[in-house]
Design a protein. Structure first.
Length: 491
């Protein structure tokens, strides 16, 4: 990988952090933005497909006048066997034309799969088998990204709450091979490494020692939390001592690195507090200024023995190459997350629930994964993600319903409309129709629900020529909506 411009210390953009980012402090050298949160994806076939958030873009333009911006996308799903979303890639290319970020990145994972002619969106990043077949899928896609967006492209090592059993390669070998053969760089998320090591019981330092750190273009650090016996990559806290130790060892050994980014979800900013965030940024600045990259010797030519051991690390366990069905495997994997009945069927009936086209190894893997507690954690995260999107799109309606009532209505809605395919705007509109059909007795709900549904319908239309939406209010809409927007219940 080419040496990146050395930007320094970055902070991941979130709206609640805008004040800190736009302040005059010297803790931040650049800002990393997830562009996907600043547009609405209306789904395949929609024209236009993406609607940009103009207010968000204006905020980024103000930031860019003072600090460089780097893009870190979440929507590419580069590992999806079913298809490669070129419309999403074109959107990234359009944003590069606008913002001219010096590099960009996405996640080494998939979240989109196909089932019964529709798309399943797991809403979370799911792991890929560390096999030659995955590399053969990824490498041409990386090259297409590089062709369309002419700046270095990095892929982030994934966090996983269950692993794919019996892979051909260990994680370090897989990452090294992908970077070497595709030319992409590695976004080394040290909190992901720490989270996986803690949940799966391996030594994080041993993994880092096996990585070719010349491929690292960026490092992520973050904090997390515990839930149901797992440690989560929740971006919910300051950086832990264990992650600081990993960073102190790793950073000087990355000769081509462009920056280190602290990730914190905006919803946790008030809890963590600006003082602790600034303290972590200042510590990152000190480490960055002290880190003199160690010269990394180029690896010598691989012998036949080392080449074989690098690619087939599980041969002693009897793993042999076989022709599988990656699409069917990913569909089943996503269904284990989003469809509890399917998960229970695979747990109980095993083979009978699985597609006949799956290879024996794929069937064995799915049966083992179905019994893994990590699937249940992914299910919990999937539900939280999906509910969070409804809260974002229908904030006033959700504010009127109590938390318990909202949870109950959402559970009924999901039973009637499982997420075989959802883009968030259409699902929010469907949820509005569902609530209207429920005829819930609430003094203001009908008015607020109709107003938010009309707003979403205009947004979905995506054009100034959309048909006007009329909403009948019984109560003064200015007072009612303003009260709810301030987080207070009307009286």
């Amino acid at each position: 990988m080419h040496t990146l411009p050395r930007l320094g210390v970055g902070l991941a953009y979130q709206a609640p952090l805008a004040g800190l980012i736009e302040a005059n402090g010297d803790e931040i050298d650049f800002v990393e933005v997830v562009p996907d949160i600043l547009w609405t994806d209306r789904g395949p076939g929609a024209v236009p497909r993406h609607i940009d958030d103009e207010a968000g873009i204006q905020s980024l333009s103000r930031i860019r006048r003072r600090r460089p911006l780097v893009a870190h996308s979440i929507g590419m799903s580069i590992g999806s066997a079913d298809h490669f979303d070129l419309a999403h890639l074109q959107q990234i290319a359009s944003w590069w034309q606008r913002l001219r970020f010096p590099w960009h990145s996405d996640h080494l994972a998939f979240h989109l799969a196909a089932h019964a002619g529709q798309q399943i969106n797991a809403g979370i990043t799911l792991p890929l088998p560390r096999d030659r077949a995955s590399l053969d899928l990824l490498i041409p896609r990386v090259r297409e990204v590089q062709r369309r967006v002419p700046v270095p492209f990095l892929l982030e090592n994934n966090v996983y709450y269950f692993d794919i059993p019996e892979c051909e390669m260990d994680e370090a070998t897989f990452l090294n091979t992908l970077c070497r053969e595709s030319g992409c760089g590695l976004l080394l998320d040290l909190h992901n490494v720490y989270t996986n090591a803690r949940n799966h019981g391996f030594d994080a330092m041993s993994l880092l020692a096996e990585l070719d750190l010349r491929h690292v273009g960026e490092i992520h650090v973050a904090g997390g939390m515990e839930l149901d016996g797992f440690y989560l990559d929740a971006h919910s806290n300051s950086v832990s001592d264990a992650v600081w130790s990993l960073l102190e060892w790793t950073l000087p050994r990355c000769p081509n690195i462009g920056g280190v980014v602290f990730e914190l979800f905006g919803s946790w900013f008030e809890t963590v507090g600006e003082e602790r965030v600034r303290a972590d940024l200042q510590r990152l600045k000190r480490l960055w200024s002290q880190a003199t990259p160690h010269p990394m010797p180029a690896p010598g030519p691989a012998t036949t023995d080392t080449a074989q051991s690098a690619v087939v690390t599980a041969s002693s366990a009897g793993v042999t190459a076989e022709k599988g069905n990656s699409q069917a495997f990913q569909t089943a994997l996503a269904r284990l997350i989003v469809e509890p009945e399917f998960r229970d069927g695979v747990r109980n009936d095993g083979d009978a629930m699985l597609d006949a086209s799956l290879a024996p190894l794929e069937r064995t893997r799915l049966q083992q994964i179905a019994r893994d507690r990590g699937v249940d954690m992914n299910r919990t995260l999937h539900k939280g993600f999906r509910l969070g999107k409804l809260r974002t799109l229908l904030p006033l309606t959700c504010a009127l319903l109590t938390n318990s009532r909202l949870a109950g209505e959402v559970a009924r809605f999901w039973r009637l409309r499982p997420p075989s395919s959802f883009y968030f705007l259409p699902e929010a509109l469907e949820f509005c129709d569902f609530l209207q059909g429920r005829r819930i007795r609430s003094r203001y709900l009908d008015e607020v629900l109709a107003y938010e549904r009309a707003t979403l319908a205009l947004e979905q239309a995506g054009t100034v020529s959309a048909a006007p939406q009329q909403v009948r209010f019984i109560h003064d809409p200015a007072i009612l909506l303003a009260t709810l927007a301030r987080g207070r219940r009307p009286r």
